[in-house]
Design a binder for this molecule. Structure first.
Ligand SMILES: O=C(O)CCC(=O)C(=O)O
Ligand SMILES: [Fe+2]
Length: 119
């Protein structure tokens, strides 16, 4: 019976950027798989061939990836793997995204003629 995560299913992180540092020890398996970036609405849509990226951890090396990059970790098949995960969040970026979405909605309403605009 495993005491820790064996594998990590397909997911996105609640981060802008994730730093994943492989601290060791000796192991096999545990590869990361990346499957493209999506917005919230399309996070479960199909993967295109060009988006398929697999990565094998190397002790002492780190991976920096976008939190929104869809990914998961395959099972560690032998040994022990220790990774340090750092989720980096930006409140400024998140605020800006909210305004951006608001502006986009306004633009759509204008285009559809549902919003009065000055000549
Ligand atoms: O290496 C792992 O087991 C964690 C992978 C992951 O979810 C990540 O890098 O955000
Ligand atoms: Fe993750």
């Amino acid at each position: 019976m495993p005491e820790r995560d064996v594998e990590l299913g397909f997911h996105v992180d609640d981060s802008e950027v994730t730093l994943n540092v492989c601290l060791g020890k000796q192991f096999s398996g545990g590869d990361l798989f990346f499957r493209g970036v999506r917005c919230d609405k399309h996070v479960n849509t199909e993967t295109q061939t060009v988006e398929i990226l697999d990565y094998s951890h190397i002790p002492g090396h780190a991976v920096l990836h976008r939190g929104r990059h869809r990914h998961g970790a395959r099972a560690t098949t032998s040994g022990q793997r220790f990774n340090l995960l750092l989720w980096c969040r930006s409140s400024v970026y998140r605020e800006l995204r909210k305004y951006q979405k608001g502006f986009l909605k306004l633009e759509l309403l204008k285009r559809e003629g549902k919003l009065a605009t000055r000549a």
